[in-house]
Every structure is written in structure tokens, then in C-alpha cells.
Design a protein around this ligand. Sequence first.
Ligand SMILES: [Mn+2]
Length: 319
Amino acid sequence: MAFKDAIEIIKAAKSIAILPHINADGDAIASCKAMAAALETMGKECVIYSEETVEPRLSFLSDGITVYDGENTHYDLCLVLDCGDLDRIGERLPLLESADHVINIDHHKTNTMFGEVNIVDPKACATGEILVSVIDEMGIDFTADIARYLYVAICSDSGCFKYSSVTADTLRRTARLLDTGFDHSEITHILFDESPLNVVLMRADVTQNIHSYAGGRLRIVTADESLAEKYDLEADEVQGLVEIPRKIKGTEIAVAIKDIDGKITASFRANNDIDVAEISMVFGGGGHSKAAGCRINAESLEKAEKMIADECIKAIEKK
Ligand SMILES: [Mn+2]
């Protein structure tokens, strides 16, 4: 049983490196923070290594996050959270290679089971949801701090409890977190109800340029460096764009394609039972059936859009 094996390894480890996936999102970062807070109550030495600085929207989580600088410190254990495959470890691979143990805790259904122990539950709406059980099984009490981080994780990945990935178990686990008494409305406000003005204006610009295919069943938006420049935004602030086409009536697949920082990436969302993880896997990506992503090898944004539109239309026609 993966749970028991993982807990044994964690209990024996003294030094623990905790790693979120590259381009860490709210679930990844907050899951790492929750685990570090929980393990520190057991006297463990924990370091959270991220691939990049925490994006501005999540700056309230950035305390105690170390941006990896190529060092190769030995750890008894590498705990990898919310990460579907080793590509998403990026430059931090030496930390995994030199650690005595690697535990992989995740909810992506495309997870490649790269750990020595793998706790992968695609039915969980967030890695933070799985961690409620892991921390519980370890006999650690939920402090308000631990609970708050887990709440951030679950909220982030469930679209504030809106997505079909939310189950009765999600809400039961979340109820236990709320029992600790932290301010949950403050968190949802930061995550969902406030954006800098220039981000709102950038999104309005993107909204004016939605490309519709298959009679509107597929809708795509795009963004490049010039958009970031026009609104004075950092690359990591040009995000959340896939929500724009996703919210339009009639959209079955929504896609946002970005050509920023020398790479072209795409985010997919499904509003029905089309599996966008399968579409993203065609391009070497992965994710969940209703939310997935990939990097595209294409000469231009236009060519990437054509490749993606073709795959999406195929999936729509197959339905
Ligand atoms: Mn996640």
C-alpha cells in the first residue's frame, strides 16, 4: 500500500527536498507549503525548491520557497508534489537523482509513476486534497497554517469548488480544514476576485480576438510577447486566458496558446466529455480530462494554432 510505504520513508527521513512542478500553480506551491509546515512539526528539515520565482498572483505563498540554482545537495528524501512526469521537474533533476528516496504524490491521470513510491489519485481534484489524507495518516494535527495552505491548493485546482472534479470527499476533507478557523474568504478573494488593472485590460484585448472553429464548438485565444509589452506585464502575468473562451456558450473545447519567452505553450479546457488530456498528449503534454496543457514544437504561433485546431476538430468530430 503506497500510503504506508510513503509514511515509513517520510518518518525515517531527516532532510527532505519538496518539489512542485515547473511553472508552479496554486495547487503545486500550496501543497509544498502545507507539507513543509506539516513535516516541520515532526522536526524534519525541509527545503522547497521551485524552478522559477513564484508568480505575482501567488506572492502570498512565496515565503520559504527557494528558487533552484543548480546546487546538488543530498537529501534523504525528495517529495515531488503535483507533478505528472520528470519533464516537469526541469533543471532540478539532480536533486531527485542524488536523494535516497523519491515519493511522487499527484492527481494527474497522465502521471508516469516516476517515484519509488507513487501516491497518484486522478479522482482527487487537487494534490492538496490527497495531502489531507496523507497528513492525517501521519498523525499530524491540522494547524490553521497547514489547513490554510491545503485550502489554497484545493480551491486553486477546483476553480473554487466549481469543476466536476469536486466530489463529496473533497468537501468533507475541506470541511475538516475549515474547522481550524482560518480566514477562507480572504484566500478566495486573492485567488479569484482580484486582478491588477493592466491584467483586466489585457484580457479584454484577448476577448476581442477569439478564433472560432467548428461552429464555435472550438474556441482559441492567443497571446505573444507584444501583448505582454502592450500592457506592461511579465510573461507569468499573461495567464488564465483559457477561461475566456471556456466561458462562452457553445464552447466544447477552449484553448489558449502563448508564444512567450521563446516557447509556445497551450492550455486546453473541455466543457463536455471530450478528453483534452488525450489531445495534449499528441503534442507530448498531459493533464486531466477537462484541463490539460502542452508545449508545441512549431515555427510560429499561427502554425501551432493550425496543428492544435486540427487535433481538436478531430476529437469534436469523433464525439
Ligand atoms: Mn494540481
